[in-house]
Design a protein around this ligand. Structure first.
Ligand SMILES: [Zn+2]
Length: 238
C-alpha cells in the first residue's frame, strides 16, 4: 500500500476537499481518503485490500472517518470473494469501525451482500444527489457502463472517476453487468465537465496517477467518439 499523492494546495479554499490517493492491492486499485478540511471529517472511498490501514492513514493525518463511499460494487473496490480469493474490504473494516457504506441505489442490495455490510448500514444515493461530508458538498454523477451503479463524485475542483474514466483509458465494459452504450453516454457526460477539473481514477493504469478533463479530451482515445455509431465502430461492434 503506497500513498502515491495527495492534493492539499487548494485545501484552504472554501468547498475544496483534501484528497489522499493510495494505491493498494495487486490490481493497482486506487483507494482514497476524501476529507473536509474544516470539520476534519472523512470518507474512505473504495477501501479494499488494506481497509484498516487506509483508515489509519486518515487518522494519522487528523481526520475522523465517518463512512465508506463506494464507487461501485466490484470486489476489488469494496471487498468480497472473487476468482476463489477473498479481498478484504468493508467487512473487515466494519469489524473494527461501525461505519455505514454509501452506494448507488442500483447496487445497494447486491453491494451489501458482496461487501458483507448489513443492509441497515447501507445508505443509497442517486444521480444528482449532493452528499454532505461536514461542510463539503459532494455531487453524485451516476455513470453506468462499467457496472449499473457506477458513479463519479465531484467535490470542488476534483472528480473521482472510479472505473468509468482512467488516465488515457476506461474501465472494462465486457463484464457481465457492463453496458457498452451506457458507457458512451456516461463518457459524454464527463466530457462536458469543466476542462480544468482534476480527475482521480479507480486504478493506476495510466502514465500518471491523475489527470484533468482537458488533458483526457486531448489524449484519451475513448473520449474521441461523438456519436454512438463512432463509439461502436471504435470498439469493433460494427
Ligand atoms: Zn470495477
Amino acid at each position: 500500500m503506497t500513498e502515491t499523492s495527495s492534493s492539499g494546495a487548494a485545501a484552504t479554499d472554501a468547498g475544496e476537499p483534501r484528497l489522499i490517493q493510495i494505491q493498494a492491492g495487486p490490481m493497482a486499485n486506487f483507494v482514497y481518503v476524501l476529507a473536509d478540511p474544516s470539520t476534519r471529517r472523512a470518507w474512505v472511498v473504495d477501501p479494499a485490500w488494506e481497509p484498516v490501514g487506509v483508515v489509519r492513514i486518515a487518522e494519522e493525518q487528523g481526520y475522523e472517518v465517518v463512512g465508506v463511499l463506494a464507487t461501485h460494487f466490484h470486489q476489488d473496490h469494496i471487498g468480497g470473494d472473487i476468482f476463489g480469493q477473498h479481498v478484504p474490504g468493508v467487512r473487515e473494516l466494519r469489524a473494527e469501525f461501525d461505519l455505514p457504506m454509501l452506494i448507488h441505489e442500483a447496487e445497494a442490495e447486491r453491494g451489501a451482500e458482496i461487501a458483507g455490510c448489513p443492509p441497515h448500514r447501507v445508505e443509497s444515493f442517486q444521480d444528482g444527489d449532493v452528499l454532505e461530508l461536514g461542510d463539503l458538498a459532494v455531487e453524485v454523477l451516476h455513470t453506468p457502463g462499467h457496472s449499473p451503479g457506477s458513479c463519479c463524485f465531484r467535490a470542488g475542483s476534483h472528480v473521482l472517476t472510479a472505473d468509468t474514466l482512467f488516465v488515457q483509458g476506461i474501465g472494462r465494459i465486457d463484464l457481465p453487468h457492463s453496458d457498452v452504450d451506457a458507457m458512451y453516454r456516461s463518457l459524454q457526460r464527463l466530457k462536458a465537465l469543466p476542462p480544468e477539473l482534476a480527475i482521480y481514477p479507480g486504478h493506476d493504469y495510466g502514465p500518471e496517477s491523475s489527470s484533468t478533463i482537458g488533458r483526457e479530451l486531448m489524449w484519451n482515445a475513448y473520449l474521441r467518439p461523438d456519436s454512438l455509431e463512432q463509439w461502436r465502430a471504435m470498439l469493433g461492434y460494427v
